[in-house]
Write a protein that binds this ligand. Structure first.
Ligand SMILES: [Zn+2]
Length: 253
């Protein structure tokens, strides 16, 4: 069997890399200074670099099934923060505290298998997956699984994860101080369009019609009132254009 992966590795090194070697060497000498943390679903059809037109050194990325954000306190209600094997939580802390990113994108997408699984029977052997999916549970609707229900659940989940993100102390502090902007995105694979969660309207707006890419009030003028952003995000997690707002509001409290 021909080893196609080996051929691809050689092609990268021999054909592509020479054209970008200077850029990578600079990134090694100067270190990485990405301004964006991208939390996206692992789905192979979601290609963040294509969506955002970014390249090496620009995006710190963490991906998982469903684009979920685990609770900062390790899931212990009212408990102290617990160290744990949460790769996504570690990436959030690293990106905010060490890299100092000024944007965090949570990006779900259409036809998400992780969201669909919320409506299906768990796979017995997949004990980690079953537990992980609970991070999206509160976004699920008490209805039959339909394309519309799935779409809405995907979008509700993005908002749910944003709110859980706000329970990370270092995220909350920076959002309140106007130093960090959150972006809630839902990517529609078949249309090639990102729908941006707009906290003011509580809806997801196609990027082609959106006034901004961020979730808070995100004007072209510099943000100077972080607490206003926080309050509006908080307020908007209720409506979200969905039913069952209480679940979203109480998700991480
Ligand atoms: Zn997915």
């Amino acid at each position: 069997m021909p080893d196609e992966l080996l051929q691809r590795l050689r092609r990268f090194h021999d054909d592509y890399f020479p054209g970008v070697q200077d850029r990578f060497q600079t990134l090694v000498q100067d270190g990485q200074h990405p301004s964006i943390l991208f939390i996206g679903c692992s789905d192979s059809r979601l290609v963040p670099y294509l969506l955002t037109g970014t390249g090496p050194g620009e995006v710190f990325m963490v991906r998982n099934v469903g684009a979920f954000v685990p609770p900062h306190d390790g899931g212990k209600p009212g408990g102290q923060a617990l160290a744990g094997f949460h790769g996504t939580a570690a990436a959030i802390e690293f990106a905010v505290l060490r890299l100092g990113v000024d944007r965090i994108i949570v990006c779900g997408h259409s036809h998400c298998g992780g969201i669909r699984a919320l409506y299906e029977e768990p796979t017995p052997q997949a004990i980690n997956l079953t537990a992980w999916l609970e991070l999206g549970r509160e976004a699920a609707l008490p209805v039959q699984m339909t394309p519309e229900a799935l779409r809405r659940t995907e979008q509700r989940s993005v908002v749910l994860q944003l709110e859980r993100l706000m329970a990370y102390p270092m995220v909350r502090e920076r959002v309140e101080a106007g130093r960090l902007v959150l972006h809630g995105w839902h990517y529609v694979i078949e249309d090639g369009e990102v729908h941006v969660f707009d906290v003011r309207s509580g809806n997801f707006v196609p990027a082609s019609n959106a006034a901004h890419s961020g979730t808070g009030p995100f004007d072209s003028t510099p943000v100077d009132d972080g607490s206003r952003i926080f309050n509006e995000i908080d307020a908007a997690f209720g409506p979200v254009g969905c039913d069952g707002p209480d679940a979203l509001v109480t998700a991480s409290r």
